[in-house]
Design a protein around this ligand. Structure first.
Ligand code: URA
Length: 310
C-alpha cells in the first residue's frame, strides 16, 4: 500500500531529523552497533594475541624494509591494522569490526611518532590510511589526503573535508573548492601549480567543526605533509587552519593578509592566513580583502627563495 500523506510527512520529518543530526549520506542498509563491534574486536584481539597479522591489508600496508614507504619496525599500534581479519570478515563486518581508537592523548602521541617516520608523501598517505587513532576515520567515507602538485611552490591548507570531498577523496572539490579554483585562476594558478590539503583529512560527520582532540591527533600528519611537500609559501584557508598551523589567537578578519613565518621543521617559509572560500560564499563583501591577499601571494611567489634560486 502506498504511504498515506501522514506517512509521507512522518518520513519527511524523520529524514529532516537525520539531516540535521548530520546524517546526510547512506553508508549501509542496516544500522551497525559500533559498541558491540568494539567489544567483539577486543575479544578477538585478545584471543589472537599481539603478533597477529592482517592478510587482507593492501600490499603497501605490510612493512617492507627495502621499500621507500616502509614503516619502521617500531610503528605505533594505532597505525597498524587493528587486528587480524579472516577473509570472511568483509562479508560479516559485525563479527570482526575495527578496534576502538586509543584515548586521544595516546593517539596524538602515536600520530607524532608515526608521522615523523614517513619518508615520503606517499608513505605518509599510506600511514594515514592505516592509522586507527582518529575516530573521524570511522565515520568518513574515505581519506582526503591532498590534491594538486606536491612539487608546487604554493601550498594551501583548509580545515577539513566536506561532503563532496568525502565522496571524491580530494580536498576542495565542492562549492567552496570551485570558488577557490576561480580565486587562484585570477592570479594564474591552477591545481598543477598548487598543492592543497586540510588540517584534518577525514570529514567530520555533518560537516561539524573538528574537536580540539581530533585536530590534535591529525596535527602531526599535516605538519609532516607540509615538511615533505616543502612549499615556498603556505596559505591557511580560514581561521581554524590558521589557528592550528600559525598559532594565531585573533579572528581571521584581523589575522588575514599578514605575512607570518612557518617553521616546516627544516626551514622557515612565509605563511599567510586568508578567508576560507566557504566564508566568502556567505560573505561576498570579504572578496575585496581576499583579492588583496591573493595579490600579495602572487607577488611573494615571484620572489626567488632559497629553494627556487638554488
Ligand atoms: N572546506 C575545507 O576546509 N576543506 C575542504 O576540502 C573543503 C571544504
Amino acid at each position: 500500500m502506498p504511504p498515506t500523506l501522514s506517512d509521507r510527512d512522518l518520513i519527511a520529518e524523520l529524514l529532516a531529523f537525520h539531516v540535521e543530526a548530520g546524517v546526510d549520506i547512506a553508508l549501509g542498509e542496516e544500522p551497525v552497533d559500533r559498541f558491540a563491534e568494539s567489544a567483539s574486536e577486543r575479544a578477538t584481539a585478545r584471543r589472537r594475541g599481539p603478533m597477529a597479522a592482517d592478510d587482507s591489508a593492501p600490499a603497501a600496508a605490510a612493512p617492507r624494509a627495502s621499500a621507500p614507504d616502509a614503516r619502521p619496525a617500531t610503528a605505533p599500534a594505532s597505525a597498524r591494522p587493528a587486528t587480524a581479519r579472516p577473509a570472511t570478515a568483509r562479508a560479516a563486518p559485525a563479527a570482526v569490526p575495527p578496534a576502538a581508537p586509543p584515548p586521544p592523548d595516546q593517539a596524538a602521541l602515536e600520530a607524532r611518532e608515526a608521522a615523523a617516520h614517513a619518508p615520503t608523501l606517499e608513505a605518509l598517505r599510506h600511514l594515514l590510511e592505516r592509522f586507527e587513532g582518529c575516530p573521524l576515520k570511522h565515520t568518513a567515507t574515505r581519506l582526503v589526503f591532498a590534491d594538486g602538485n606536491p612539487k608546487a611552490r604554493l601550498m594551501l591548507v583548509g580545515e577539513a573535508p566536506g561532503r563532496e570531498e568525502d565522496i571524491e577523496g580530494k580536498p576542495f572539490v565542492g562549492r567552496s573548492g570551485k570558488l577557490l579554483d576561480r580565486m587562484l585562476a585570477a592570479i594564474g594558478i591552477d591545481r598543477e601549480s598548487a598543492y592543497i590539503a586540510n588540517v584534518v583529512p577525514w570529514r567530520p560527520p555533518g560537516n561539524r567543526t573538528p574537536t580540539p582532540q581530533e585536530t590534535a591527533i591529525c596535527l602531526p600528519f599535516i605538519r609532516r605533509q607540509i615538511e615533505l611537500a616543502d612549499p615556498d609559501v603556505l596559505v591557511c584557508l580560514g581561521g581554524p587552519s590558521a589557528q592550528t598551523l600559525l598559532g594565531i589567537r585573533e579572528g581571521i578578519t584581523k589575522a588575514r593578509g599578514r605575512w607570518m613565518e612557518y617553521d616546516t621543521g627544516t626551514r622557515t617559509i612565509p605563511a599567510m592566513a586568508t578567508f576560507h572560500p566557504a566564508y566568502l560564499l556567505r560573505t561576498p563583501l570579504g572578496k575585496r580583502m581576499a583579492w588583496r591577499d591573493l595579490l600579495a601571494i602572487e607577488s611573494r611567489l615571484t620572489q626567488p627563495t632559497a629553494r627556487s634560486s638554488g
